[in-house]
Design a protein around this ligand. Structure first.
Ligand code: CFM
Ligand code: HCA
Length: 534
């Protein structure tokens, strides 16, 4: 209730309280509009799950491109901690062109910080070309690179001339934004500017050609989605960026439709592709059976071909008949339970549907770093005022490509379809949540504990930073970033895997053996106040 929320907030010093209040909503559909603050700085020291711009650029968007070597220019820790932990999988027909398992870093030392790291970076690029012969290279800046002023753009340009392959420099220093989100934007700009369309290829490699944007193949998700898309008759030109490649990304302009799975991380490219090539984008969600079915139907409607629509229905009917009985078994274990679903920028929304299909209600959800449009819908974008942090990230202004721009469907058809399907539009998470449920942006550790005490969820889903704290409270926790070594969770087979894993969490006898600390020992209660502790 509002009173309980006030109690949580009352523990904060006044300034913090005022700030955090704007990031928490109790859903109330009787209000005409519920505004949430998002994409603003985290209060220092408050402990939230957010990462940095480097994580969003190298770790999320460019890292999964498999035929490129991604160099982390910086001290070894940034490279090491972004090495394989995200579980974005990739396989390649040519095993000599798959570098996904490597972590390459300039391993900056104190002397590089003092005297500059440009020479070392140039040498690492030369070594990478000699050893791996990749199709292209990226250089990803970490915080100290910007602080000492290494000109990575100039180093990359000279290396590109030396070696004759694209060498792209990303100024994604960790501090460039308030979260990973800044890194997504920086990465999107350069992929659009330097790779997409950088080819003579003008024709799509097959019929019903699509790009899959914002799908990172965590635990094999993209493969499971692709299995169904291919069976229906679609041609996947490129995936951005899970199991993606420089080789395929170049041809992305040839597709007739762009699917957008994770809106937050890739909406910039989706928008730019529409402006430059006239290709519309469709917001899809392949998490959960209902969402998958809905996305497949909307795709078929877009192309409007009778045979494609029929094939779509055939595949849906067959897949549902195959998996629903299995899921129904797992549902018996899950029915009536409640969940928290707090993930980065899109899964906080997407996984709610799959929980509902198991009979689990998501009573609290939110995003680490998404923007207001991911909560409230894209119609609020014009209202969002740029602040000093967002102005820090360059906007790439694209215009229609004179030779390649072509409207894939007529403006009339576009308007007609917009009434029926999520074409070039995302309605956000909030509209799908029920009244009384809690929406929190940039959830922190203190609030996590307090909300758990009040709402007592049966399962908590988030990431590595809070998983074990919550499990020690006796509540099963499912990582919805890495899937805890499991997956895929997307598409039809993914729904079965998810149902199995969630049912297994509840059925595990472990929880009977855990005594949360507060059951034996009273906890000290304190109150924080500005200045001194009372
Ligand atoms: Fe998009 Fe992602 Fe997500 Fe994301 Fe991420 Fe991720 Fe995520 Mo972790 S791109 S916003 S920056 S769906 S790495 S694959 S799981 S926080 S909810
Ligand atoms: C990142 C990557 C991450 C972290 C996951 C987590 C991922 O944000 O840099 O905190 O558990 O999905 O691997 O989001």
């Amino acid at each position: 209730s509002e009173e309980q929320l006030q109690e949580i907030l009352n523990r904060y010093p006044d300034k913090v309280k005022k700030g955090r209040k704007k990031h928490i909503l109790i859903k109330d559909s009787s209000q005409a509009k519920q505004v949430i603050e998002a994409n603003t700085r985290t209060i220092p020291g408050i402990i939230t799950n957010r990462g940095c711009a480097y994580a969003g650029c190298k770790g999320v968007v460019v890292g999964p491109l498999k035929d490129m070597v991604h160099i982390t220019h910086g001290p070894v820790g940034c490279g090491y901690y972004s090495w394989g932990t995200r579980r974005n999988k990739a396989k390649s027909d040519d095993p000599t062109k798959n570098f996904i398992n490597y972590c390459v870093t300039t391993d900056m030392q104190e002397s590089d910080i003092v005297f500059g790291g440009e020479k070392k970076l140039a040498k690492v690029i030369d070594e990478v070309v000699e050893i791996f012969k990749p199709n292209a290279i990226t250089v990803n800046a970490t915080c100290p690179v910007g602080l000492i002023g290494d000109d990575i753009g100039a180093v990359a340009k000279a290396a590109q001339e030396r070696h004759g392959i694209p060498v792209l420099a990303f100024s994604c220093e960790g501090y460039k934004g308030v979260s990973q989100s800044a890194g997504h934007h920086i990465a999107n700009n350069i992929l659009m500017d330097r790779i997409i369309g950088d080819t003579d290829v003008e024709e799509a490699p097959g019929p019903y050609a699509i790009n899959m944007l914002g799908e990172y193949n965590i635990g094999g998700d993209a493969w499971e989605i692709e299995r169904t898309l291919k069976e229906i008759g679609y041609t996947v030109v490129s995936t951005m960026t899970g199991d993606g490649s420089y080789e395929h990304l170049r041809n992305a302009h040839t597709a007739s439709l762009n699917l957008v799975q994770c809106h937050r991380s890739i909406n910039y490219i989706a928008e730019m592709l529409e402006k430059k090539y006239g290709t519309p984008w469709l917001k899809v969600n392949f998490i959960g059976i209902e969402a998958t079915i809905n996305s497949l139907r909307e795709m078929a409607l877009y192309f409007g071909d009778e045979a494609l629509i029929q094939k779509t229905e055939e595949v849906i009917a067959r897949e549902v008949a195959r998996i629903q009985p299995i899921i129904d078994q797992y549902r018996k274990v899950c029915e009536g339970k409640t969940a928290f679903c707090f993930v980065g920028g899109s899964r906080g929304h997407h996984y709610q549907g799959m929980y509902r299909e198991l009979g689990i209600e998501t009573v609290l959800a939110g995003y680490e770093f998404a923007h207001r449009d991911d909560y409230e819908g894209r119609q609020v974008i014009p209202e969002i005022k740029p602040d000093a942090d967002s102005k820090n990230i360059p906007e790439l202004h694209v215009t229609a490509d004179e030779k390649r721009f072509c409207l894939k469907i007529s403006p009339e058809k576009m308007e007609e379809l917009k009434q029926k399907i999520s074409l070039s539009y995302y309605a956000g998470m909030n509209c799908e949540m029920k009244d009384g449920y809690v929406i929190v942006d940039d959830l922190n550790h203190y609030e996590t504990e307090e909300f758990i005490k009040i709402l007592k969820p049966d399962i908590f889903s988030s990431g590595i930073k809070d998983k074990y704290v919550v499990q020690k409270m006796g509540i099963p926790s499912k990582q919805l970033h890495s899937y805890d070594y499991s997956g895929p969770y997307a598409g039809f087979n993914g729904a079965v895997n998810f149902a199995r894993d969630i049912a297994m969490s509840f059925a595990s006898p472990t929880w009977n053996f855990i005594v949360p600390p507060w059951k034996n020992e009273p906890l000290l209660e304190g109150k924080m106040a500005e200045g001194e502790e009372k």
